[in-house]
Design a protein around this ligand. Structure first.
Ligand code: N01
Length: 558
């Protein structure tokens, strides 16, 4: 498998060591690392450019909810130093530019095939190889198949009666057109109030003549307090402050010790450097709690859930934080009926906490109507608009902000067949099962980057991606050195990991409502808490232990 071997072997051009499916941040870094280790790698992506989720999610207001200085690769100190983020929370176009910069800086494009969808991947046990097929009928033979397909890459569009009859354009936030969409003078409907809608609604409201928001479940969101960053040392101190989760560090201060920031992040449950409060919410009185929540609110961002240690574990503690946000909604939204409709009643953080700019404030606008379809669902879609609550809402454009078939959707769309013809669909009929979210028993030489059973979406994805890629690359190097032809998770290691995963999620606040974390948004999807909720440090420790013990829990076939 070394590069020297390749030059000596006359291989079919479609014959590679590794196939990587997906050219988002996982696929790009994986390609860079594997190529650097002398593997022959092919990356394919169905999109017409690199960037993964940031290629597709171009809706107005799309930006990352992790501070840009942290939502960036850490593997290359020069890259860390040279790249300049212009906003505290980067916009989608800026993150996409960063992905392009990485692709070009590391000369990745020559091994990436775009506009290419993998339709099937079948393991040939006699040769220990995968044979993948593309939608245009080509075959790619590889020793290892690595799915860098992302956690939120297959959109969910619910089926509404009459959907086809709508006369205007229908957009999905997760598959937004590449040219700007102008809603000026239009009546626009948005279905959904998750993170995507929460980012898009304030901007669309500024443009549209009237915006109707169809809300099934209200969502908690905290302010981003986004701001422009000025990297010029001559500009004001506050303008250069890029990192507000603990100390307000300037860009220069972060860049002077970027490794320190990363190190602090890797010690955190969510792989995000911030200073959590180390107290229980129930140890202090209501006044002190109020002060603390206010401080976290002013800090902004997803770290709000770090205001107390027990918000994820104790319903009573969680309720205090939830009530604080409910009061904020009631203060911000002037119409008390609208405010009450926006107030969530479930645990805070159960659905992913959103981060916004002017979301609740937008409902004070006279051109925004909140339509509560929580108790009585949208009845149908008509030629003119949406029929709900026994009335028709006339619309020029309709936006589905209805999310994704998360974590498993993309993998299950591909016809993946492991040993003895076992399909992934059969294997995952009761929900995803795997070892560490990296490997699956019955599917040798097959890896997932940030797969179900790993912390992934509960962490800063960049850190989790790098940790998985580093682990997989070290594993493939080990197999090459030890002349191992196949690696496969054992059934018992997988069973133990799944049981551990389930036990961790059992009484966890994140598992206490219906969300995409548990597949609750997709009809018929088995309810399983998919990401690993035990935290990043514990997870990394386990992965490192497995590697240090010669891939304990995997069967290695010479
Ligand atoms: O999707 P969602 P999203 N009738 O599933 C509603 C990440 N992300 O695209 O809650 C009416 O959260 C549904 O209602 P309900 C982030 O991890 C990150 O917004 O199921 N409504 C819900 O309101 C996020 O969590 C960023 O009752 C229907 C909405 O559609 C994840 O992506 C930015 C319906 C879907 O919300 C997904 O967010 C954006 C129906 N039949 C997203 N079906 C960053 O900042 C569904 N809904 C990095």
């Amino acid at each position: 498998m070394s590069s020297t071997q390749h030059t000596n072997n006359k291989r079919d051009p479609s014959d590679y060591d590794v196939l990587i499916v997906g050219a988002g941040f996982s696929g790009l870094y994986l390609l860079h690392r594997l190529r650097g280790s002398g593997f022959r790698v092919r990356v394919v992506d169905r999109a017409s450019d690199v960037g993964g989720t940031w290629y597709w999610n171009r809706y107005p207001g799309a930006r990352c909810d992790v501070e840009s200085m942290q939502y960036a690769y850490s593997f290359c100190p020069e890259l860390e130093q040279e790249w300049v983020w212009t906003e505290k929370y980067a916009t989608q176009p800026e993150i996409l530019r960063y992905a392009h910069h990485v692709a070009e800086r590391f000369d990745l494009r020559r091994d990436i095939e775009l506009n290419t969808t993998i339709t099937s991947a079948v393991f040939d046990e006699s040769k220990h190889r995968w044979l993948a097929e593309t939608s245009d009928g080509r075959a790619i033979s590889v020793g290892f198949c690595i799915m860098a397909t992302g956690c939120l890459s297959t959109t969910n569009t619910p089926k509404f009666e009459g959907q086809e009859s709508f006369a205007g354009p229908v957009y999905h936030t997760g598959e937004w057109p590449h040219k700007a969409v102008d809603f000026t003078g239009q009546k626009v409907g948005v279905i959904g109030t998750g993170s995507s809608a929460i980012q898009a609604i304030p901007l669309i409201a500024e443009q549209a003549e009237h915006l109707y928001v169809f809300q099934r479940t209200p969502h908690y969101t905290v302010p981003a307090w986004n701001r422009m960053l000025e990297s010029d040392p001559a500009s004001s101190e506050s303008g250069r402050k890029a990192y507000g989760y603990d100390a307000d560090l300037t860009i220069e201060e972060i860049k002077a010790d970027y490794a320190g920031l990363r190190k602090r992040a890797r010690k955190m449950f969510n792989a995000l450097a911030f200073i959590p409060n180390r107290n229980s919410a129930l140890e202090v009185d209501a006044f002190e709690r109020q002060v603390e929540y206010e401080e976290f609110w002013q800090r902004g961002g997803v770290v709000f859930l770090g205001a107390y240690t027990d918000l994820a574990k104790s319903l009573e503690a969680n309720e205090t934080a939830a009530e604080f946000v409910r009061q904020k909604i009631r203060q911000i939204v002037k119409d008390p009926v609208v405010a009450e409709t926006l107030v969530p009643t479930y645990t805070i953080g159960c659905k992913r906490l959103a981060v916004d700019t002017n979301y609740y404030e937008t409902y004070n606008r006279s051109n925004v109507t909140l339509v509560d379809v929580g108790q009585s669902p949208i009845q149908r879609i008509t030629q003119q608009g949406i029929y709900a609550l026994d009335q028709e809402f006339n619309l020029d454009s309709l936006i589905m902000a209805t999310g994704f078939d998360a974590m498993t959707g993309t993998l299950l769309k591909i016809d993946i067949r492991g040993r003895d013809g076992l399909t992934l669909k059969e294997k995952w009929a009761e929900g995803p099962k795997g070892y560490l979210g990296l490997g699956i028993s019955g599917f040798p030489n097959f890896f997932m980057i940030t797969g179900p059973g790993s912390p992934s979406v509960l962490t800063n994805m960049m850190q989790s991606i790098e940790q998985h890629v580093d682990w997989v690359v070290a594993c493939l190097e080990y197999l090459r050195t030890h002349n191992i032809a196949a690696i496969e998770a054992t059934q018992s290691a997988e069973d133990d990991w799944v049981a551990h995963n389930d036990a961790m999620a059992d009484d966890h606040m994140r598992n206490s409502c219906s969300s995409w974390y548990v597949g609750g948004n997709i009809e018929g999807k088995p309810r399983v808490f998919m990401p690993y909720v035990g935290g990043f440090p514990l997870y990394v420790e386990k992965c490192d232990e497995v590697a240090a013990q010669d891939y304990l829990g995997f069967t290695l076939t010479p």
